[in-house]
Design a protein around this ligand. Sequence first.
Ligand SMILES: [Zn+2]
Length: 506
Amino acid sequence: MLYCSGPIEQPSRRMSLNLPKLVADQTLYSWCGLVHAWNGSSATSTSRSLFGSPYTALMHDFPGLLHHLAERTRGQLGEPRDIALQHTLLGYFLPLVHVDQAEGILQRVFAGTMPELKMKLGIAASRIGGHHHLKGCPECFDDDEETHGFAYWHIDDQLPSAMVCRKHRRPLVIAWDPVTPVHRRGWLLPRSGLKRKWIEVPVLGEEQMDRLTTVAEYSARFAMLAPGSLNPRVLARVYQKALHSKGLATAKGSLRLTALIKATRSHFRGIESVPGFESLQAVTGDWPGLAGALARRRPRPGHPLKHLLLICMLFEAWEEFLEAYEDMLSPIDEGTPTSALGPQVSSIETFRCHVIAGSSIRSASNKAGVCTTTGLKWAKQLGLRYTSRAKVFSDDKKNLARIALMAGADAGAVAEQVGVSQITINRMLSSEPDLKESWCIARFYRSRERTRKHFRALIRENPHLTVKALRQIPGNGYMWLYRHDRAWLADNLPSLWLQIGPTNPD
Ligand SMILES: [Zn+2]
């Protein structure tokens, strides 16, 4: 295995665990299953070692006891908040929850477990189903094994509205296990663990593949939004405006239901026949009412899947949706009723205070519970001065940075080249020991080449100076070569000069 981070001691239980690295898009559940597979104790004792509780590690969709986990793994997996939002389904459900309630939920799952979570999130009432079957892409599993040495459950594939793999443009397969998750006493992993049947999502043709790929993409983008960043009231207005522009609503906001039903059915034709997807089967009957319910003046939050289907139907691109949402947020939009902006006002104020206090737009947006794009827009509207630190470190940029670092480039220069802060580059070096080692070696060779060249030039330009006199020249490099490259120095000093020595350093 590539990522053995070393054993952790569990003083109270006198056992130590080998911990794999948590891959960026791996579910926490998948990681726990791997810890179990690597260490071989019983499921309950693995869970106790990680969370101090016998079954928490087996919760496959929502987390619990994350402070315990962080403590027991000595922070190797990152912050509890990032684990909850990026490695469990919470990231998918919290953007629609009010920012204060979302924070309350996060604090609960940091400190303990929250049995009523699905009820709080409205999943139980949504009729979409809360089983959240484990899903994955066999080709991604092959790639994982090649890259990481093990296959894992990818978080994007677990989102209730994800049915296809965007990378391989193929249907996901569902790990069907008749035992309900709470009664399982082990892990279902992609290529090991408990028995399961694989059911492939049957995709009916290219057109449907296109639709499902869009739904999967929007779902992943949705799950990346900060908790509380979408206000259902603002969303309702966004939908109404879009429906109106498509001729599906009157100017006063009444929905033309017959036209809407026709458009919706045409957009998602055939998807309702996908077996294993109770979620969509349940929504089918709701479709005519879906847009109406969400676009009402006092809408209920609704299940993210319902919103995602509607957003896919109304917007050609995710950015187009975000723009429409942000336009609706604009405080200078006179057409926006204050009631729609109410819950946003405190967020804007929180945001403003943090920016004034010196936070980056990204960090202030996080604290205000909105996405960075919204934060940037607010900053411009409020005339706030800020330093642009919210720069994205994409995979392409990371690769560019790796190449430059392996060639021994200066960390500051690399940061400038790829457009991120030097702290980001330093973090990258400290998180990738192999890269850091290659970088140090390359830096050494660079320094050596530069110093040799400079020293040779000094000798050439001052053919009559003695070594002693040469070493009086500031920055001559003699001592560096004496310490690190003595053989070369001996070979390159003219033989008639004095024997080399460390005295009188430069
Ligand atoms: Zn795939």
